[in-house]
Design a protein around this ligand. Structure first.
Ligand code: FAD
Length: 510
């Protein structure tokens, strides 16, 4: 029996959240889809692993765009609509903010959050709520416009707040609210989830981030992020998608400017009308297109012009005490030596010491995720990719252990408990780990940096420019909706929609 069919409608490279979302949507519309995944499991970064008999989350801190069962947001709704049944647990808080002069836990709900900020910086309730409401208005506009594009003139009437703020940075918009510095700082901790300092982070991105996480709260799957990818793969197969693991795609075959198939590392040539790539455009245009002469100069210029966003360094520990016994009292702690996001962003350029730590204790969201009497605690830093690119193979072990020691010691000092004395299991993930397991370009987990020149609004205006080789689409953190597990579902759906629209247009032309 032949391993592959003679022809597919669509080949999807990569069986993680983005690729599987594309596959589900295409299969739902009756298309014949093949997913090729180089790993022996689905999920990419959305995964877990087992140490000492304990299952441990590999990455996920919190999912956005899920929403409560009776009020789903777009990602939660997509899972429901596709019959991907995930047991969602609501994260109990927004975050604990820890920076000089501030120790406070803030909770989701726009009004509650504004009240809690007012508790720390009295007299700010009205202004903070007004800012959060503006975020919510922009969030609603982005959601509507991403489904129903409209003329600029119409947009000005229907989506005034979105249009008015779209050309401004987060800092520029926040400045118009005349908030005291400390109140501004309390609004800053999530900046790391989009990886740009406020002076260059487009307000639109900040608005979506705040409205989603603060407005609706965040969620985690009971069985870790791998629950999402495993159930998506299971459902996709039930819908007729062929998924093949341990199949690394080496080449995307292109003729006369149009993709028509792929070649795997073991030499299989497989043909399809369309190809969707989870591999970064940087990788695709520099080494995957065959023949290389099919790569237009503008593709190389485009990837060279874009700045890569952040990668990840994470220390994940299982500790031999319940969290509270070690003074760990929150699900999520953002700890900064300052809350000036531009300074913090610059600090991510090197190899440490790192000054902004993102910590998660999953037990506060998922109480039975580790055996009784233990807890799971991780400290994550999201460095810029360039610093880690300089680390040589000889230095790697020493750098990895030095950075891990720094972040563990910093948090041990903070808790007043030496975490290293309590380690049952410890895993250190570096940018190299991410790169090795997911093939992500330079280990980048966030795609391209959000900047005032290059972000979702700008990219939506020039989306056609990104369609360089016909019948080749991209889905993954490098695509228009950017980084994060939730946005990968959106990116995957968008790539599938582009394919479906193109198929329909071709059908109409016949
Ligand atoms: C420590 C850490 C914490 C994070 N925390 C959060 C969080 O709390 N919330 C959040 O929303 N996001 C979080 N993220 C970011 C998020 O995980 C990523 O943005 C997202 O998962 C990227 O998904 P993806 O589908 O683009 O890519 P990936 O997950 O990288 O998947 C790419 C897939 O394609 C496969 N592949 C690549 N090349 C090929 C090829 N040539 N042939 C075949 N297969 C190929 C890979 O094996 C992989 O399965 C975190 C990431 C890390 C590392």
């Amino acid at each position: 029996m032949k391993f592959y069919k003679d022809h597919y409608d669509v080949i999807v490279i990569g069986g993680a959240l983005a690729g599987l979302s594309s596959a589900l949507m295409l299969a739902d519309k009756g298309k014949d889809v093949l997913v090729l995944e180089r790993h022996n499991l689905p999920g990419g970064i959305a995964s877990s692993f087992v140490r000492g008999g304990i299952e441990i989350e590999a990455a996920l801190h919190e999912m956005m765009s899920i929403g409560a069962k009776d009020n789903r947001l777009k990602v939660g709704k997509f899972f429901d609509d596709m019959g991907v049944d995930i047991e969602w647990l609501k994260v109990p808080e927004a975050y604990h903010a820890s920076f000089p002069g501030v120790e406070v836990t803030l909770h989701p709900g726009l009004e509650r959050f504004a009240k809690e900020v007012d508790g720390v910086v009295p007299g700010t309730y009205e202004k903070v709520l007004k800012l959060l409401n503006l975020c919510h208005t922009v969030f609603d506009s982005v959601n509507e416009l991403s489904i129903h594009p409209m003329s600029k003139a119409k947009m000005l009437v229907k989506h005034e707040a979105f249009v008015k703020t779209a050309g401004y940075s987060t800092q520029e918009v926040i400045d118009t609210f005349d908030l005291p510095k400390k109140a501004q700082e309390l609004l800053a901790p999530y900046w790391i989830y989009v990886g740009s300092g406020f002076s260059e982070l487009p307000f639109t991105i900040f608005a979506v981030l705040m409205a989603d996480y603060i407005g609706y709260g965040s969620y985690i799957p009971r069985k870790f992020s791998h629950e999402m990818s495993l159930k998506m793969a299971e459902r996709a197969e039930a819908m007729g998608v062929q998924i093949e693991y341990r199949q690394h795609v080496d080449k995307i075959l292109v003729r006369d400017g149009k993709a028509y198939g792929v070649r795997t590392a073991r030499g299989d040539e497989i043909y399809a009308d369309y190809v969707i790539s989870s591999s970064y455009p940087n990788k695709v245009y520099t080494s995957m297109i065959e023949p290389a002469s099919e790569v237009p100069q503008k593709a190389i210029k485009m990837v060279n012009a874009r700045r890569m966003s952040l990668t990840a360094f994470s220390v994940i520990m299982i500790l031999d005490q319940p969290a509270a016994a070690l003074n760990i009292n929150d699900y999520s702690i953002f700890r900064g030596e300052t809350m000036n996001t531009d300074i913090l962003y610059n600090n991510l350029a090197g190899l440490g010491p790192y000054r902004y730590l993102t910590c998660i204790c999953h037990n506060y969201g998922n109480p039975t995720c580790t055996p009784e009497g233990t807890c799971s605690f991780s400290v994550t830093v999201l460095p810029q990719v360039n610093g880690w690119k300089t680390v040589t193979a000889e230095e790697y072990d020493a750098v990895k252990h030095r950075v891990a020691k720094q972040v563990i010691d910093d948090m041990s000092d903070y808790f007043g408990a030496n975490l290293l004395d309590h380690v049952l299991e410890i895993v250190i993930e570096t940018p190299m780990t991410v790169s090795r397991y997911t093939n992500a370009w330079n280990g980048c987990i966030y795609g391209y940096a959000h900047t005032m020149e290059d972000h979702i609004v700008a990219r939506l205006q020039t989306a056609e420019e990104e369609s360089i080789i016909k019948h080749l689409e991209f889905s993954g953190a490098h695509a228009i909706s950017g980084d994060g597990m939730g946005p990968q579902v959106t990116n995957g759906r968008k790539a599938a929609k582009n394919v479906l629209d193109a198929m329909a247009a071709e059908e109409a032309r016949k």
